[in-house]
Design a protein around this ligand. Structure first.
Ligand code: PTJ
Length: 262
């Protein structure tokens, strides 16, 4: 692993790349994971590599909806576990919900490898300080996060092939799904099943961004950080009549404003 000095202006971005490269070397990622990451990086440049106001507002709405849900679930793919697995675990501990490894390019080896990595990340989370504002036993809540995905017993209707496989306990029974880096077809199929779908995607023009109930146009690690801050703030916000198309237009305006100043 190459040592990146703290003074390097692109340290964060290079560290993320390193995580993706290492995940790829271990066979945890889809073959096209680096292409997806590169596309994400390009959009992050256009956003100014920051959480915009419209993304902050989508983060608040998403947290309100996940809190109000009866059966929320966090669906993770390869890139998400590598870039933000520990944050996903903290979110799940706060929301007391399961995490399901659900892959577009599903193989049993990748699912079990990603579940093992999440178990290692759980140990690291348990060693870290407890977040302020958490009501209850934090350690117990982290230990209780159920990790699903190894034994799929449910199919997402309207999708063909291995990508439709999921668990009944997780995605099957969920009324609200947080799903970063989703593909458009699956997002549409989940919405058609009557589920609330909260997508994290740096590309406000992608099909999944357009199909989702709420889209957080932000980098997955920053978005999860923002969601954790909102949970810690304990705002007791309730879901609104969210207009996702208008929120996506706002994010495009923010890109245009950022570019006009650059
Ligand atoms: O692990 P698997 O098998 O489920 O496969 C995962 C990938 C990502 C390869 C697969 O879902 C895929 O091909 O995705 P797409 O269609 O390329 O879409 C990925 C979307 O995520 C793009 O719109 C990117 O802009 C966006 N994206 C990439 N990296 C990030 C991101 N959004 C948020 N945070 C990121 N770090």
């Amino acid at each position: 692993m190459v040592e990146i000095p703290d003074s390097h202006p692109r340290k964060k971005s290079l560290l993320s790349r390193q995580k993706i490269v290492e995940g790829n070397d271990k066979g945890l990622l889809a073959e096209s994971a680096m292409i997806a990451h590169g596309r994400g990086e390009a959009f992050d440049y256009l956003l100014g590599e920051r959480t915009t106001e419209s993304a902050e507002s989508a983060i608040r709405e998403s947290v309100a909806r996940l809190r109000a849900a009866n059966n929320p679930v966090i669906s993770v793919n390869g890139n998400t576990v590598l870039l933000a697995g520990k944050k996903a675990l903290r979110l799940a501990a706060f929301l007391r919900c399961p995490i399901e490894v659900n892959l577009y390019y599903r193989t049993p080896e990748r699912v079990s490898g990603l579940l093992s990595l999440l178990e290692k990340q759980r140990i690291l989370v348990l060693e870290e300080p407890e977040p302020s504002g958490f009501e209850g036993d934090w350690q117990e809540s982290v230990r209780n996060v159920t990790l699903l995905g190894s034994s799929p017993d449910f199919r997402i209707e309207g999708l063909e092939g291995p990508r439709s496989h999921c668990t009944e306990e997780g995605i099957g029974n969920a009324d609200s799904i947080l799903v970063p880096l989703e593909d458009g077809d699956r997002c549409e199929a989940l919405v058609n099943l009557g589920k609330e779908v909260i997508v994290v995607d740096l590309n406000p023009l992608s099909r999944s961004a357009k199909m989702a109930t709420v889209t957080i146009v932000d980098e997955v690690s920053r978005a999860f950080e923002g969601m954790l801050a909102e949970l810690i703030a304990d705002s007791n916000r309730v879901p609104t009549d969210w207009d996702n198309a208008s929120a996506l237009r706002d994010s495009l305006v923010e890109i245009a404003e950022f570019l006009s100043k650059s």
